[in-house]
Design a protein around this ligand. Sequence first.
Ligand code: HEM
Length: 222
Amino acid sequence: MSNIFSTSIGRKLLMSLAGIFLLTFLVVHLGINLLVLRETQDAFNIAAHFMGTNPVIKVFEIVLFGGILIHIIYGMILSIQNGKSRPVRYKKDNHSQTSFFSKYMFHTAIIVGIFIVIHLFDFYFKAKFTDVVDSVTINGKHYHDLGELVIEKFKMPVFVFGYIFAFIFLSFHLHHGFQSAFQTLGINHKSYTPIIKAFGVVYSILIPLGFAIIPIVIYFFR
Ligand code: HEM
């Protein structure tokens, strides 16, 4: 059966939509994670509990994991196809910044992908499928003490370095990915495109930087 998503442009479209959904997830995830830096982890634990148990959010979680898989699978198919349709490699190096980030999308994706798998084992699977995460009582209700788990992790230099290393590559991936997703959706306009590009650059710096602040503050000040 042939449909739009079996065509190259259809796959790219679906991949971009999944990418934009993931861009939104990162903003929400960062917003909640920053709560861990407050004096107590109560707000973070309550927010994490809400995100883990609310039925609406649970549906979003399925969409999220589906989105990550679609983005990875279609990204791989597109990279393989691009390789095939370009049998003779371009001889001339293009030194523009855009080409630098776009050239290494596949490589940066692999590092971010490995990070996500390790990251899920660090927190998500532990909280969902094991009882190793301590419990904490807030206003008479029991919660997983994920805040304490985050702090324990980032007291270890290997995790601080590992996470920051991944965030640098996440930044590179987002740098090109952000504007590329909107371009695929056909948003190509003489006045809007430069704004989207500029917003993408700011996003790709601020979001990973926001994530990086968490291990740094915990390691040095907690
Ligand atoms: C310092 C940075 C980060 C911290 C402290 C952190 C913390 C956490 C925690 C505690 C969970 C488990 C939530 C639960 O089970 O209720 C989680 C889940 C998750 N994280 Fe992160 N995270 C960070 C950065 C990232 C980044 C950069 C990405 C993506 C590139 C990411 C992707 C995910 C995903 C996909 C999940 C599973 C879905 C969810 O529970 O929302 N995280 N993270």
